[in-house]
Design a protein around this ligand. Structure first.
Ligand SMILES: [Ca+2]
Ligand SMILES: [Ca+2]
Length: 360
């Protein structure tokens, strides 16, 4: 070609002297008809073929339609599921178990696929990765069968639907023996409860109730001042009821055997033990009794094993010694009263802590 940008116009344009052309317009070739004119390409009779061969990576357009792509779509086969029967279960999972399930499908043409949930419900906590077809997550802790439809679609929009199920089973939360110290376990939906042996408390019976202070002690003060009361208190400003806390620098001082010192636990708890200290060498506690109430009005004695009011020892003149006493029979109390019985001098004086568990 020695005139690459030139036009070579063939005779038809000369013959009709208007707009029908066979043009070589480098590097393209253009065949066009004039207004209302048809373009006919006809092969010869007896098996004459018409060949259109686009170039490498090229295609054939009619109007704006890419014919090769159209043929591809027409000829494309829908994807084929790898998983077998419809309504096939993908597996059974225990509550809390990891779920990782690969849905498998392939396109006969090898185009890439994407996955879509079109019906039903996946188990809560399990999700579909639409690009990979991976079902991923954690099984819910319920007895259930989840049925759902998944559509897999190829790049040509051809698709295949499949229905699946996933079964989940509520886990036996008692399997791992969560209840300690001889507690017995009751399984529940997604959880468990422990029935603890006497002396133990807490969700898993790990609390030793006789060591579980309710927080009267001066360094804890979980029990607020307002929940501490004294009856027939000895006069004076430095030994109010709210000072009757274990290891307080002062303490509570009573008047006589009609006096009592009371702690409101705020809610009923099973009381297992109490501890006392005296107030001083002068105001101390030799022996005392305990009373218990759920309503703050009606009190009953804390009894010994013989069924009569138990008498407990305080530390007497060794007044700073913490003397801990275990109740012979643990008692459910919201209000607990310390009733001084004997002391060495004019008045009983003491400080306390209480040990109890929430009553499960
Ligand atoms: Ca296909
Ligand atoms: Ca369970």
């Amino acid at each position: 070609m020695d005139a690459p940008s030139g036009w070579i116009i063939f005779a038809c344009s000369i013959a009709f002297a208007s707009a029908s052309f066979f043009e070589v317009r480098y590097p393209s070739v253009v065949v066009s008809a004039e207004t209302g004119g048809n373009l006919t390409i006809a092969a010869g009779p007896n098996g004459g073929n018409i060949y259109m061969t686009p170039g490498d990576r090229g295609t054939v357009f009619i109007g704006r339609t890419d014919m090769l792509k159209l043929f591809q779509i027409v000829n494309s086969q829908p994807p084929v599921w790898g998983q077998k029967a419809p309504y096939g279960t993908l597996g059974t999972f225990l509550g809390g178990q990891a779920v990782s399930l690969q849905l498998t499908a392939m396109d006969p043409e090898g185009t890439s696929l994407h996955y879509e949930k079109i019906s039903g419900a996946l188990p809560p906590g399990v999700f579909l990765d639409r690009a990979s077809g991976l079902l991923n997550g954690t099984a819910p802790d319920v007895d259930a069968t989840y049925e759902f439809g998944i559509r897999v679609m190829d790049e040509q929009g051809k698709y295949a639907d499949q229905t699946f199920t996933i079964d989940t089973r509520e886990r036996d939360q008692c399997r791992s023996s969560p209840c300690k110290n001889g507690g017995s376990c009751t399984d529940d939906m997604g959880t468990f409860s422990c029935s603890c042996r006497t002396g133990y408390g807490g969700k898993t019976c790990t609390i030793s109730c006789a060591s579980e202070s309710v927080g009267v002690a001066n360094n804890l003060k979980t029990i607020p001042d307002a929940q501490m009361a004294g009856h027939y208190s000895f006069g004076g400003s430095d030994h109010k009821a709210y000072e009757g806390r274990l290891n307080s620098p002062t303490g509570w001082i009573g008047e006589n055997t009609n006096s009592w010192f009371q702690v409101d636990l705020g809610n009923p708890r099973k009381v297992y033990a109490v501890a006392t200290q005296g107030y001083s060498a002068t105001f101390n506690l030799l022996t005392f009794q305990l009373q218990c109430s759920l309503n703050g009005n009606t009190f009953s004695d804390v009894n010994g094993l013989n069924g009569t009011a138990a008498v407990f020892d305080g530390s007497g003149t060794s007044f700073n010694t913490v003397t801990k006493q275990t109740l012979p029979v643990p008692d459910l109390c919201r209000y607990i009263r310390f009733v001084p019985k004997t002391w060495t001098n004019s008045h009983p004086g003491f400080r306390v802590e209480i040990y109890a568990c929430e009553d499960f």
